[in-house]
Design a protein. Structure first.
Length: 448
């Protein structure tokens, strides 16, 4: 069969994406390794700089040093720049790759898809970039304004400090990075609605993904005309938020080490934060080292699922999880076709979802096994850290600070794989589909 030059051109950026992000990571590590970036220039530089750069570009938030005390304002500014570049790159990359995948289905398929979904076409690349930039800037500016005012008037920060803290945490929140300028993350502000709620809104917005954000912000789309992707992302996000809120609250409400001493209003707010942050962002509303095993397991599940596609969230993504769930449900009911919202889901999409999920399971399993070999920590904490790294979440039970260098390399590999791997693998699978001109005889192995 002849090579398709257009398809080859589409696959080229998919292959070059990891190299581009690796280049940004190395540049960031070089800047963070400068003596001017650290409060104590004699401190170890290379490994903390590289780990922090990987975490920032992959918008994760895991750290081996205290962001508030280890880095100077210059170093913190470098981290913020890496977060912004990483978040913007991920959103545009994922959206453009989605457009590339759609382009590969042919003109007739594009016309049908666009008429049914009211989505963008491949010719809108420039407008996509500007829309992503405008949406990011709008959410970040609004969040920064609220946080700055709160830090200034309620916590007696001077205007410059308040503006810096407000801007840093707004960008970190919308990009789902989870970096904070406080040694205890946001635990000290867990009961302040003017801090927690704006950050939660920014986290959720960034985690929905650009296609969903543009559809919701544009308005005028009736509920019955929502695309399958829009339905899965919005309803799935709501479902996970409600379930996470109920479970987190039930497990931590009376626990003396976490929510127990708080008033009811503080408990509700901390529970909301504990539901939103672990899914994508990585800020802490409680000390996870003191959390119950049930909370750690619930958080593991939320982190692994993650947020919406083509956004700053990590994990295998809500759509992947729900497509597999619908596939299982239809198989149980004996249906040979998977349908969602009166639309059929092709077998190729189901195979892609299964591939992404199983590759995620394999990555977390290998990472957890290596961390068990390299450290003396228990399985629950090691598993928590591995999922947090792979899902680019950033919450931690506190063991990351004390990990040996080889364990830090494992987490860096998980962060990079979780951020870049899921997008490129899913896109490469969609772009490399070659229909066979023949069918082999079928055979059914015994399953189960």
């Amino acid at each position: 069969m002849r090579n398709n030059p257009f398809r080859d051109a589409l696959q080229h950026p998919v292959r070059s994406v990891p190299l581009a992000f690796l280049a940004v990571i190395l540049l960031g590590a070089g800047l963070l390794a400068l003596p001017l970036s650290r409060t104590a220039p004699e401190q170890e530089a290379l490994l903390p700089a590289l780990f922090t750069s990987v975490s920032a570009v992959c918008v994760t938030g895991l750290v081996t040093v205290d962001t508030a005390t280890y880095w100077t304002p210059l170093g913190q500014g470098v981290i913020l720049g890496l977060i912004q570049v990483g978040g913007f790159g991920i959103m545009t990359l994922a959206t453009l790759l989605a457009l590339m995948v759609r382009k590969s289905i042919g003109l007739r398929g594009q016309l049908i898809a666009q008429s049914e979904t009211h989505t963008l076409n491949f010719g809108d690349v420039r407008s996509v970039l500007f829309r992503v930039a405008r949406i990011m800037a709008g959410f970040e500016a609004a969040t920064a304004a609220i946080l700055t005012a709160r830090f200034w008037f309620a916590y007696d920060d001077n205007p410059g400090t308040a503006l810096w803290h407000g801007t840093f945490h707004a960008i970190s929140a919308f990009n789902n990075a989870g970096f904070a300028l406080y040694s205890d993350s946001l635990i000290s502000y867990a009961g302040d609605p003017w801090i927690i709620i704006p950050i939660c809104v920014a986290v959720i917005a960034g985690g929905l993904g650009f296609p969903v954000l543009i559809a919701l912000l544009k308005g005028g789309v009736r509920l019955k005309d929502w695309t399958v992707h829009l339905r899965l992302t919005v309803y799935g996000t709501a479902m996970l938020l409600v379930a996470g809120f109920a479970l987190f609250g039930a497990f931590e409400w009376n626990r003396e080490q976490t929510l127990g001493p708080m008033p009811v209003s503080g408990k509700l707010l901390a529970t909301l934060a504990g539901t939103v942050f672990p899914r994508t962002a990585g800020f802490n509303s409680i000390d996870y080292a003191a959390a119950s095993p049930e909370t750690l397991l619930t958080t593991d599940i939320l982190m692994f699922i993650g947020g919406g596609s083509a956004g700053t969230a990590g994990g295998i993504k809500i759509t992947t999880f729900l497509v597999l769930g619908f596939a299982i449900w239809n198989e149980i009911r004996g249906r040979d076709q998977v349908t969602i919202a009166h639309r059929s889901i092709s077998s190729s999409v189901q195979r892609q979802a299964l591939s992404v999920a199983l590759l995620g399971v394999a990555s977390v399993t290998i990472g957890t096994l290596l961390l068990l070999i390299f450290t003396d920590h228990s399985l629950d904490k090691v598993l928590f850290e591995s999922i947090s790294a792979f899902a680019t979440v950033g919450v931690s039970t506190g063991i990351t600070y004390d990990l040996p260098p080889n364990a830090q390399w494992v987490l860096m590999a998980l962060m990079f794989t979780g951020r870049i791997g899921t997008i490129t693998v899913a896109s490469a699978l969609a772009l490399s589909t070659h229909p066979r001109l023949y069918r082999l005889p079928e055979e059914r192995p015994i399953i189960g």
